[in-house]
Design a protein around this ligand. Structure first.
Ligand SMILES: C[S@@+](CC[C@H](N)C(=O)[O-])C[C@H]1O[C@@H](n2cnc3c(N)ncnc32)[C@H](O)[C@@H]1O
Length: 527
């Protein structure tokens, strides 16, 4: 794991640590739900044992450890610097169910025990073959019988094109000794190429698109994702052959919508279906069609009794969280209009479907029980003239949720955080978010999204620790503005009058707290 010209004794992640992020795709509640939908008796997250290999700072497991205080989390990373930062976060958050180990994970043996979820994100493509073997060995040997091993990797054919950029970057920066210098020159090269090639050619268009990405990402992403010595992209089917040699089988993708041919253009879906391929071959062809470049694959023990015919009512005991927002409600003859995750608009004419999707959109990314949604919607939908037999409504709602799930309109979770906001006077934000806010980092939500909070929200999160009531939090926010920690504007002018400042903050307070709950940043309110 060293960049070409750095000292081999020096860990490249000590020199330029990777951004400490949590990853929604790794949420054990999500993984558990995918497992159960496909017939695996996955462990309840509340009591699970979770191992993350190459955890970096460990933010991903810390974000889950605070949600599931009785579950146990172990993270291993070779970078002492990142582990030390993670330990600071453990102290600051008071979490007692996470252990971070600074070590080479390829040396660990079965004695670390068995785990229900093994997470390996952003590692497999960037390590030598011997470490890839170790990941699969641990993913098998340390996995409980109904466990899930998550492995993400760069895949082909999509990474083939990006690989050409990497080759040029490596050639151009070969003589530069330090990582930061390499990154800066790598970016300069792609800028030069993109600006020199006509965007009327496919190559010019592609370069501009990649340049756009490179200007948005952190330098450490470029250093590690493009310039690492190891960077192996694999075909999905080849990855599964390697997994099979270790006794691991394909359970599913962390984005189940990508497993469904019906999400392709109609003609492509029809052709693919007419070929009568098995699931793995179908997905491989879908990678060709989508030019896919990244995968997060879920593995289980070979021989597990999986069932691909999903029974929709299985989700009755699940939780869910939405990805869609409502642009225009269903109104008489007017269809409801929703905006999906990729910005596309979705028109829904059927009034029953529209009611269910509107309720999903209303709750945003917060995690809610499907049962509560059913209880809320059955009385509403019973009034709908199209409903002949209200006793069928719970099943109809589950079917519609399932449709939405396989169109990436929502996510399912096996279980949710230990506590949810009760609306009392002393709000508490997630402890990890408080630590992140105090450092100016992005905030991990309860669905593990990374939220870029503005200064007002960040300050509110640090103050919402369960010990401060409304008056104290408002006073803290006023003080922060007075100390020039951030500026609050009215009519594009900074507010300086103390009384006006207090009144404005009081006016924002309730809405901001509601917003925190919708975003999944509040866990509980102390009495
Ligand atoms: C690209 S970063 C990914 C970190 C984190 N999983 C993420 O996605 O943000 C790769 C991490 O793997 C760690 N790593 C690579 N090989 C390792 C090994 N053999 N043992 C322990 N850690 C390793 C590195 O130190 C680094 O923190």
């Amino acid at each position: 794991m060293n960049t070409p010209e750095t000292n081999p004794e020096e860990n490249a992640y000590d020199v330029l640590p990777y951004p400490a992020y949590s990853f929604p795709a790794t949420h054990i509640g999500r993984l558990g739900a995918i497992g159960q939908l496909f017939g695996l008796e996955t462990a309840e997250p509340a009591k699970a044992r979770v191992l993350e290999l190459g955890c970096g700072v460990g933010v991903n497991i810390l974000a889950m450890a605070q949600l599931f205080p009785e579950a146990e989390f172990v993270g291993i990373d070779a970078s002492q610097k990142q582990i030390d930062t993670g330990r600071e976060a453990i102290t600051a958050t008071g979490l007692s169910n996470v252990r971070l180990i600074a070590a080479d994970f390829s040396k660990i043996e079965e004695d670390l025990g068995k785990f229900d979820y093994i997470l390996v994100h952003g590692i497999y493509s960037w390590v030598p073959d011997s470490v890839k073997e170790a990941i699969l060995r641990i993913g098998k040997e340390n996995l409980n019988p109904f466990g899930i091993t998550y492995i993400s990797y760069n895949c082909l054919p999509g990474w083939r094109m990006r690989g050409a950029l990497r080759d040029m970057m490596l050639m151009h920066t070969a003589g530069i000794p330090d990582v930061l210098g390499k990154v800066s020159q790598a970016k300069a090269l792609i800028k030069f190429l993109a600006e020199s090639c006509s965007d009327e050619t496919p190559y010019g268009k592609y370069l501009r698109q990649e340049l756009d990405l490179l200007t948005k990402v952190d330098d450490s992403y470029i250093a590690h994702d493009f310039l690492e010595r190891e960077n192996d992209a694999l075909y999905f089917s080849d990855f599964l052959k390697s997994a099979d040699k270790h006794g691991l089988a394909y359970l599913g993708d962390t984005d189940p919508a990508t497993m469904v041919a019906d999400n392709l253009p109609a003609q492509a879906a029809q052709t693919l279906k007419s070929l009568n391929l098995n699931l793995i071959a179908t997905e491989q062809y879908m990678d060709f069609l989508r030019n896919r470049m990244f995968r997060s694959t879920l593995l289980c023990h070979s021989g597990s009794n999986l069932n691909r015919n999903i029974e929709p009512t299985k989700v009755q005991n699940f939780y869910f969280s939405g990805y869609i927002s409502l642009k225009q409600p269903h109104n008489g003859g007017q269809p409801a209009v929703f905006t999906t995750l990729n910005g596309a608009e979705l028109n829904v004419s059927d009034s029953i479907t529209a009611t269910v999707f509107e309720a999903i959109a209303k709750g945003g990314r917060s995690l809610r029980p499907v049962k509560a949604l059913i209880e809320e919607l059955v009385p509403v939908l019973s009034e709908n003239k199209k409903v002949k037999d209200p006793s069928t409504l719970p099943t109809t709602i589950c079917q519609l949720l399932m449709q939405g799930y396989f169109k990436k309109m929502l996510d399912f979770y096996l279980s949710a955080p230990a506590a949810t906001p009760s609306g009392s006077e002393k709000p508490a934000a997630l402890p990890l978010a408080r630590w992140q806010a105090s450092r100016g980092d992005r905030l991990s939500t309860s669905s593990l999204d990374m939220l870029k909070a503005d200064e007002f929200v960040a300050k509110l999160v640090t103050l919402a620790d369960g010990n401060h009531d409304r008056g104290a939090i408002v006073a803290g926010l006023v003080e922060a503005v007075e100390k020039k920690e951030f500026v609050l504007n009215e009519n594009n002018q900074p507010i300086t009058d103390p009384d006006r400042l207090k009144a404005v903050i009081e006016g924002l307070y309730e809405g901001a707290l509601r917003n925190l709950a919708t975003l999944g940043l509040r866990i509980s309110d102390a009495a």
